[in-house]
Design a protein. Sequence first.
Length: 248
Amino acid sequence: MYKSKRAKVNWEQSFNEQILRQAYNTAPVEAIVRNASYYFRDRFSDDELSKLNFLEMGCGTGPNLIWLAQKGINVSGVDISPTALALCRKNLEHSGLSEKIDKLVESSVVDIPFEEESIDGIFEACVFQHLTKEERHKAFSEVKRVLKPGGLFVGYMLDRGHSVFQEKHSQQQEDDPGTLLLEEGKSKIYLTNLGVCHFFTKEEISELLSGFSEIDPCLITYYLPSCEAEKRGYSEYMQSMWSVYAIK
């Protein structure tokens, strides 16, 4: 059973704090847009992009959707947080992109209201990593269900080389290796207070996307500035992430 009420409360609290502290993303995720750009470059002219329909699962405040819409692509988003969705719509409208909005729906990513093979491309950025094992399988099944053959999936998710996992890996759940329950009781803009956090392996990602014609998870690592690491309680803080490029 998807713990929607608890998850909704958690992400409402997180987005409200992000908005209050001006900490939410206002720029698209570089790894996401790079992979999408490679896909577009090889397959479509600029005029053909306007025929595409892309979905972001867990769209947050919408910077990735704005980037897509600015290229002429029709966009949809689902998010469990109504606060995030409202700001997403506002940001798209203020960018003059209202006509490119297809659907913005309050929904869990484990059960999205889209028809089978109706979407040309799907983005996911730091969302599937906050699902339980059962929920992750359902979310990836939804990706497979709604994506058209030849369609693009781009994901951005935690890797086990991440500083948080390296420090706390002894606390991972026995029945779900790679998963930590992080509730330090501090700021909800930080990973260490967002509850369920799953750190993926390359093999796991390939298994979850089995049946795709191309699956290419690429590892990205970088360190945060020391002042930011200290805010999180670390002397050194490495972000280790999977940038996933996959074709159905």
